[in-house]
Design a protein around this ligand. Structure first.
Ligand SMILES: *Cc1c(COP(=O)(O)O)cnc(C)c1O
Ligand SMILES: [Zn+2]
Length: 396
């Protein structure tokens, strides 16, 4: 069966746009577009039990994804990542149960593969020939890998001081790499200018609608993991290391769609944004009860994926936090490194610093009483620590 995608909807002004051509931001208000589906058709087409019996991985959700032509559904084995029950880490922090969803096992070593698998597939289906993205690190490699599989030309703009492995992998996958003096927003400006000049398709964070759809599968998968007696369920709290916020927006959208489909109950997990205190625009906005975020000055953190000073999806992220009763918390680089070591030693997961930040945030919210000891808490480890060996001290 084909996708049930019907149209795109502006997340701010509500304008409806044609989903059958390449689109970037809303032409009226420059806000991100959200993909909308015919959920009644989805309900007729597939049952939760059928989905459960499909092969693991992202495309098992194809009715809720935007790609109709099966030949355009690119896959490198993304999604279907393990849910780890971290008993020792739970005990350490004072919880009954603690889960880690380990996205480090994705192709290219991060959950960016989910977003790019769908964005590149859909761009291919709609006839794009050349793709461009700015990146703080992992998005570039993921786009380059799927572009290589599809045979599309790819251009990546990355801060000069992004992790070396992120630079090398882009070139390994045959994409063109441009190093930029500055941060991801500077890289984004340059990428946008080049895209306009050469008519390349810009797949920057939230500038096209389908990376959200790919990352949405993180939320969909949770319902399967927590199913009891065939009834899909969700955990109580989900911690997410937030840079551009795509994954958080995606999960929130997944929960909404599953509630609308009647696949899960109305009660959705409280979403928790974790950022580094060297770049915490969402935390600052949340604490100020604002509905949008300011650009963060002098952004710095070892968690390169969190070094996103200007958050295009700020309104959506803040809405997701408020609507789910969630919160936002900042942690220091020192706390991130300590958490990374603890997660490795008590759970056997070599987490990316971004993923490790979630544990540091969890410690604070358990101490403050915001999390109760018997709640089912899930940490998203968004990438593998093996791409960040520059942060480690070599043995002497
Ligand atoms: C990009 C990235 C993030 C932040 O993801 P967003 O969805 O843009 O907030 C977190 N962790 C890692 C490893 C990343 O590469
Ligand atoms: Zn709009």
């Amino acid at each position: 069966m084909s996708s049930t995608l019907t149209h795109l909807e502006c997340s701010f002004c509500g304008r409806i746009l044609d989903a059958n051509r390449l689109q970037n931001l809303c032409p009226d208000c420059q806000s991100p577009l959200l993909a909308r589906y015919d959920l009644a058709r989805v309900r007729e087409a597939v049952t939760p039990a059928e989905i459960e019996h499909r092969p693991h991985g992202l495309w098992r959700w194809h009715e809720l994804l935007p790609v109709s032509d099966p030949h355009c559904r690119l896959t490198l084995g993304e999604g279907g990542t393990p849910l780890i029950q971290a008993h020792r880490l739970a005990e350490r922090v004072g919880l009954t149960t603690l889960y880690i969803k380990d996205e480090g096992l994705n192709p290219t070593g991060s959950f960016k593969a989910r977003g790019m698998a769908v964005a590149v597939s859909r761009a291919l289906e709609l006839g794009a020939r050349t793709l461009v993205t700015p990146t703080a690190g992992n998005a570039g490699g993921a786009m380059a890998a799927y572009a290589a599989l599809a045979g599309l030309e790819a251009h990546v703009f990355m801060p000069r001081d992004a992790p070396l492995l992120n630079q090398l992998e882009v070139q390994m996958y045959g994409a063109h790499l441009t190093l930029v003096d500055g941060l991801i927003n500077d890289a984004a400006q340059l990428a946008a200018a080049e895209a306009a000049k050469h008519n390349w398709f810009d797949v920057s964070t939230l500038k096209e609608p389908y990376r959200i759809e790919g990352k949405k599968t993180m939320g969909l998968e949770l319902a399967l993991h927590f199913a009891e007696n065939g009834h899909w369920q969700l955990p109580d709290v989900v911690f997410y290391p937030t840079g551009g916020g795509v994954g958080l927006i995606g999960m929130w959208k997944a929960f909404d769609e599953m509630v609308a489909l009647g696949w899960v109950e109305k009660r959705r997990p409280r979403l928790v944004v974790v950022q580094s205190d060297g770049c915490a625009p969402i935390v600052k906005a949340f604490e100020a009860h604002a509905d949008s975020a300011q650009v963060w000055q002098n952004a710095h953190t070892i968690a390169s994926g969190l070094r996103v000073p200007a958050v295009r999806g700020d309104r959506l992220v803040l809405r997701a936090l408020r609507e789910t009763g969630g919160t936002a918390i900042a942690v220091s680089d020192a706390e991130i490194l300590e958490a990374q070591r603890l997660i490795a030693q008590l759970a056997g997961v070599f987490a990316a610093p971004e993923g490790a930040a979630t544990y540091a945030g969890l410690v604070k919210l358990v101490q403050s009483g915001w999390i109760k000891p018997d709640e089912r808490v899930l940490l998203y480890n968004t990438g593998t620590g093996m791409k960040y060996t520059h942060l480690l001290t070599p043995p002497s």
